[in-house]
Design a protein around this ligand. Structure first.
Ligand code: FES
Length: 295
């Protein structure tokens, strides 16, 4: 992907850019505005996603999920700076390459620009534009700009970027649609009872999920004791039910926050915690109940 000579814009680049500007992005500038930019356009990835633009912005700003949801591409990430403007972080790829990456969100133009500032592919820019089609349907156009790619190699490099983005978005769509489902379900229904009978302990197939006031909980046997804890992570409603407890600790698969199910505390250092856990009680006849009265 790296080449020796700096690349200059060709006539075809300009024509493709003009056509794209007319057909796809009539309101927005297509090419990097940075005056010293030496990048060239190597390809475009386009896809309609079943999510809202807000979910897309949230996903773009969410630097923490990269090594968890995209573990095949990222091994680690360390934040340098982050805010509503975007983020800058040092990433380690699955192959061990380190880079400094910056993402800047431009809501006014419904786009975000990801630049590699240092490391492998330094100087490359990825411009993503989001065009809402319906409330929860968005057309995304991702343009890849890479410095110093010979004209003969651009198609291949562009196809490699498109294939990467195909798999990254497959993973992101699963996360975004799951989160949207949970946000929709958050309209709390009223609890009609404070105690849920689960049946005889001998017959319980644990772990199991139960629902209380519209919220799902996991009931699990951990180190010989029964616990109930939220099936959704308090951070961004990630699938805690999918995490296999290690002792009393569960680790959310979306961003790696870790919680103690006994008291709900977050032991990985972030400022959030599980909702107060209900009691799981067993009567003298061996019947198990989840008791929410103390919550
Ligand atoms: S949703 Fe972010 S750590 Fe669980």
């Amino acid at each position: 992907m790296q080449a020796n000579s700096p690349l200059r814009w060709g006539v075809s680049d300009i024509l493709v850019g003009r056509i794209r500007m007319c057909l796809l992005m009539p309101d927005h500038e297509t090419y990097p505005p940075y005056p010293d930019s030496r990048t060239c356009h190597v390809g475009t990835y386009r896809r309609v996603l079943p999510v809202s633009v807000e979910r897309m912005y949230e996903n773009a700003l969410d630097w923490e999920h990269l090594p968890h949801v995209h573990a095949a591409s990222f091994k680690a990430i360390e934040r340098i700076d982050a805010g509503s403007w975007g983020w800058r972080a040092e990433t380690t790829s699955a192959r061990g390459d380190r880079s400094i990456i910056e993402l800047r969100l431009d809501r006014a133009c419904r786009r975000w620009i990801t630049r590699t500032l240092k490391g492998a592919n330094a100087g490359s820019e990825i411009w993503t534009h989001a065009f809402p089609i319906e409330a929860r349907r968005v057309d995304i156009v991702v343009d890849f700009f890479v410095p110093g790619v010979a004209e003969s190699a651009r198609k291949k490099v562009g196809e490699a970027f498109a294939a990467l983005y195909q798999s990254l978005y497959d993973e992101d769509v699963a996360m975004m649609t799951e989160r949207q489902r949970r946000l929709d379900a958050r309209i709390e229904s009223h609890a009609e009872q404070e105690r849920i009978a689960l049946g005889s302990r001998a017959d319980l197939a644990l772990p199991m999920q139960i629902e209380f006031a519209g919220r799902p909980f996991v009931v699990a046997e951990i180190e010989g004791a029964l616990y109930a804890y939220s099936a959704w992570c308090p951070h961004q409603m990630g699938p805690l039910y999918a995490a296999i407890p290690e002792g009393r600790l569960v680790t959310c698969p979306w961003h790696g926050y870790q919680f103690n199910v006994a008291d709900g505390s977050c032991v990985s250092g972030q400022s959030c915690q599980l909702p107060a856990p209900p009691d799981v009680v067993q009567d003298s006849a061996g019947q198990v109940f989840v008791d929410f009265s103390s919550r």
